[in-house]
Design a protein around this ligand. Structure first.
Ligand code: HEM
Length: 402
């Protein structure tokens, strides 16, 4: 018997669109912590401890998930693309690819982008300062992640807009809920994106350069560094699809949390060195990725008092685990000096986000600069719209005055 809950079970908690999913998550964690979501067609975990145990457990598979998707939607371009991504591979193949991508996106490597990111953010703010109003999302946060990644891969300027369109097409088709129409649109975008990146990889393989893509293709001392053209295309694709909306939403969610907590905003303004922990606190308090892709159980597994059957899907609600009172003190408080903060905003275990250092760097620079240069920033609207986009949580717009 499932516990009776006073919210509709057909709510898809990873398509929040709700102003406050967190109240709902608290009730879910208390009433039915290992919950079967009909909307997600799988189990969702809400307790921090269950989530970390699950994320380190090897009795689940992402390859099986892709097989499931292929069985439902056929072997389409978007499914083929997905099946080569880190997120959808299992050990040991996963470890080889992650090692390559991890070196490319290591903290020291992404630190080399600091100057460029600061210049870019500074130029946007220079333009905005002559105004009195802006949308933090479209005027400020939107451009930065795509521009940073284009700069890292040295994508020619004239191609950047159409590349961004392909990326959006692919990302839109990847929600937890996928209709055949969404898949068809995603397939068109995936074909264009792969076509474009294949040309770019061939060109870089031929002439080399100082960018991250050329670095990826440069023969290493060890064989494990060698990647095929196809692998390089999929790695480049992941820079865009995994690193754009997520980083934009992190910047937006951080600014919103600061605007709604003026004491925290003041503390940050008085002590800019708090920016690192302010971004970590946002990743805990309002995570831009609300759930990892599900995995399929390879055998029957017990979690809490539930038995997950072989073949069933399991995922985590990071918004719930990150506010689990058994793990975080005063979890609903946004505290930019929180010290004990091992949140799951970038997940945990083998699928921990490989782009975390880059996302942190971009968000720290962007949010730090905005807070420093616009001391009078305030919310310009009482009601806010959240995007209905797969597993991601971010605002449609964040109107602000200054
Ligand atoms: C605020 C920004 C970001 C957030 C919140 C975020 C969050 C996450 C999360 C939760 C996962 C686990 C997903 C899963 O298991 O299904 C993940 C994985 C991943 N992320 Fe990020 N990410 C961000 C930015 C980036 C950036 C900038 C990149 C690349 C440039 C990136 C690349 C990846 C890749 C390739 C994976 C798969 C890792 C694996 O399966 O081993 N992410 N990210």
């Amino acid at each position: 018997m499932r516990a009776a809950l006073d919210f509709p079970d057909d709510i898809d908690p990873t398509l929040p669109g709700y102003p406050d999913p967190y109240t709902y998550f608290h009730r879910l964690r208390e009433a039915d912590p290992v919950h079967f979501s009909r909307a997600m067609n799988g189990w969702v975990l809400t307790r921090y401890h269950d989530a970390t145990e699950y994320l380190r457990d090897r009795r689940y598979s992402r390859v099986k998930l892709v097989e499931d998707i292929r069985a439902n939607f056929g072997d389409s371009p978007i499914v083929r693309l997905q099946s080569g991504e880190l997120s959808f591979t299992d050990a040991p193949e996963h470890a080889r690819l992650k090692n390559v991508m991890g070196k490319l996106l290591a903290p020291q490597a992404v630190e080399s982008m600091r100057g460029e990111i600061e210049t870019f953010v500074g130029a946007i703010l220079d333009r905005l300062l002559s105004r009195h109003r802006m949308d933090v999302i479209s005027d400020f946060a939107y451009e930065l992640p795509a521009e940073t990644i284009c700069a890292m891969l040295d994508v020619p300027r004239q191609d950047r807009i159409r590349l961004r369109e392909y990326v959006e097409g692919v990302v839109l088709a990847r929600g937890v809920v996928r209709t055949p129409e969404m898949i068809a649109a995603g397939d068109r975008a995936a074909r264009e994106l792969v076509g474009y990146l294949t040309e770019l990889v061939r060109e870089r393989r031929g002439r080399g350069g100082n960018d991250f893509l050329s670095e990826l293709l440069r023969p290493g001392e060890h064989d494990d560094r060698h990647v095929t053209d196809e692998e390089a295309v999929i790695m480049a694709e992941q820079f865009f699809t995994a690193g754009h909306a997520t980083t934009r939403n992190l910047i937006g969610n951080a600014i919103l949390a600061l605007l709604r907590n003026p004491d925290e905003m003041r503390r940050l303004r008085d002590d800019p060195t708090l920016i690192e922990s302010a971004i970590e606190e946002t990743l805990r308090y309002d995570p831009p990725t609300q759930a990892p892709s599900p995995q399929i159980a390879l055998e029957d597994v017990k979690i809490g008092d539930r038995t997950i059957r072989k073949g069933e899907r399991v995922s985590v609600l990071f918004g719930a685990t990150n506010r689990d009172p058994a793990r975080f003190e005063d979890p609903d408080r946004f505290d930019i000096t929180r010290a004990d903060n091992e949140h799951l905003g970038f997940s945990f275990g083998i699928h921990f986000c490989v782009g975390a250092s880059l996302a942190r760097l971009e968000a720290q620079i962007a949010v730090g600069a905005l807070v420093a240069r616009m001391p009078e920033l305030r919310l310009a609207s009482g009601t806010l719209d959240w995007r209905r986009m797969g597993r991601f949580r971010g605002l449609v717009a964040l109107p602000a005055e200054f």
